[in-house]
Design a protein around this ligand. Structure first.
Ligand code: AMO
Length: 446
């Protein structure tokens, strides 16, 4: 790099303004667009925060520099030193008149896909060229919202006394059913990728951590190729001790979700507007409907379904519309899940007054499941019986069950799919949009 360009003085576009009129500045980024109008040329230089306009009046710029800047291919990375000039006609209210440049990496042509072109590019092409796709401002906006969503979630959980933890992702037993386990060979033994931190977050209640949360990857060998399933997703998990019932857990779910939405709405106004989303604040408490009530609402709307039966994807969507119309809320709980439907969830506590029901809930956003959780079974004999009912062997879970022998408080918790949250909040057509490098049945690269 020429001595003339000192990267230590580089400013990102958001740090520059018209009030710096006359100052020498250094900028660096990607050549987004070049317009040559004969006597004058304009370059839009992009960095993470936006673009700055480089203005090149031909007569005032050294000819070699003019040629180099105006012919460098789009998406090359350059550094430029120059004088900042206030200019009401430039998009940001100022422009930079270059005096030196360094071409840091010249882009090959043609580009694998456009960055600012308005044409629709199919998702597969975008994901195959994801480094390039992520340069697009509306795609980057999703990840800025994701950052705010997680920031707001951490802020809420920390203020409520939850400790952030990390648990293993290579595990000896699955907690969410054998069908979606990824097996791996672990020094000659069979191991699995964690489907959920379920068993560990419960163990931490036995360890006396009282209130914890984790934001980490979870793995599911999902065979169905849908717009809402990933093989690797980010699970936001919460666990808390000394709960009275599932309602204590539900209060944390709604507090967390409402806080995260408000945080995003306030922090990401520009990103939301770019994505065509109205900022909104959702005020808890959110409606609570029992599973039976939901089935009856669906029956009333003409859906063929019986009490105790699982609500399929179409039913979930229908229910989302009904609840929105009747209760005015996009967010709601489905409570008192039939035991039969949560049988695989061996750790769920059943209701003492009616063991055919659990205190388990799902929390829905526009008819898509965002969260599931509830009070856990902390009484060892019942827990063992529930494991056996699922044709699983308590021996395989001994590392987990041991914590229930030596002082386990009553507890409960939930798991929230971070990408599901973004998918619904931003009304994106496909959940893969919410992951930098999504993993599904066919994609493991990039
Ligand atoms: P569950 O299996 O319902 O519960 O998962 C919790 C939440 O994780 C999200 N999710 C997914 N997101 C994207 N792709 C997937 N394949 C996928 N699978 C699940 C959903 C879902 O609501 N251990 C329990 C939670 C608990 O009781 O604490 C569990 O994992 O948003």
């Amino acid at each position: 790099m020429p001595d003339a360009i000192d990267m230590a003085t580089r400013a990102r576009s958001s740090k520059l303004s018209a009030s710096m009129d006359g100052q020498e500045v250094t900028v660096a980024g990607w050549v987004q667009d070049t317009r040559n109008l004969g006597g004058i040329s304009f370059i839009q230089l992009r960095d993470r925060d936006g673009t700055v306009q480089l203005t090149l009046p031909k007569k005032k710029i050294e000819p070699g520099l003019f040629k180099e800047l105006t012919t460098i291919p789009r998406e090359s990375v350059i550094a430029v030193r120059g004088t900042l000039k206030a200019n009401k006609e430039a998009r940001a209210g100022f422009e930079i008149i270059p005096s030196a440049m360094a071409a840091l990496n010249v882009a090959e042509t043609p580009l694998p896909m456009g960055v600012i072109d308005k044409v629709n590019i199919d998702l597969d092409t975008r994901l195959s060229n994801r480094f390039m796709d992520l340069r697009r401002e509306q795609v980057l906006a999703i990840f800025k919202v994701r950052d705010a969503l997680l920031g707001g979630s951490r802020e809420y959980l920390s203020s409520e006394g939850f400790l952030e933890v990390q648990t293993p992702k290579i595990v000896a037993a699955g907690a969410e059913g054998g069908a979606t386990l990824f097996k791996l060979s672990y020094f000659g033994r069979e191991a699995y990728l964690a489907q959920s931190p379920q068993l560990y977050k419960q163990s931490l209640m036995g360890a006396g951590f009282e209130r914890i949360f984790e934001i980490a990857p979870a793995y599911r060998a999902e065979l169905s190729d849908t717009v809402r399933h990933l093989s690797e997703f980010t699970s936001l998990d919460v666990e808390m001790s000394f709960v009275k019932d599932s309602d204590d857990v539900m209060k944390v779910v709604e507090g967390l979700v409402a806080h995260a939405i408000t945080h995003v709405s306030r922090k990401c106004t520009a990103e939301l507007s770019m994505l065509g989303i109205e900022p909104s604040e959702q005020k808890p408490p959110f409606p609570r409907l029992t599973h039976e009530e939901c089935v009856r609402l669906l029956q009333g709307a003409g859906k063929k379904i019986e009490v105790g039966q699982d609500i399929d994807t179409d039913g979930e969507k229908m229910l989302g519309d009904i609840v929105k119309k009747e209760h005015g809320s996009r967010l709601y709980f489905i409570t008192r899940f039939p035991t039969e439907l949560k049988r695989g969830t061996f750790y769920a506590m059943r209701l003492d007054e009616d063991p055919s029901l659990t205190g388990y809930f799902d929390f829905e956003f526009d008819g898509e499941e965002l969260v599931s959780g509830g009070q856990r079974e902390h009484r060892l004999p019942r827990l063992i019986a529930q494991i056996e009912e699922n044709d699983m062997s308590p021996e395989a879970f001994e590392f987990y069950l041991k914590a229930f022998r030596f002082g386990m408080p009553p507890h409960g918790g939930f798991g929230l799919g971070v990408e599901r949250f973004l998918h619904m909040l931003l009304r994106l057509p496909n959940i893969r949009e919410c992951v930098l490098f999504p993993r599904d049945r066919v994609r493991i690269a990039p």
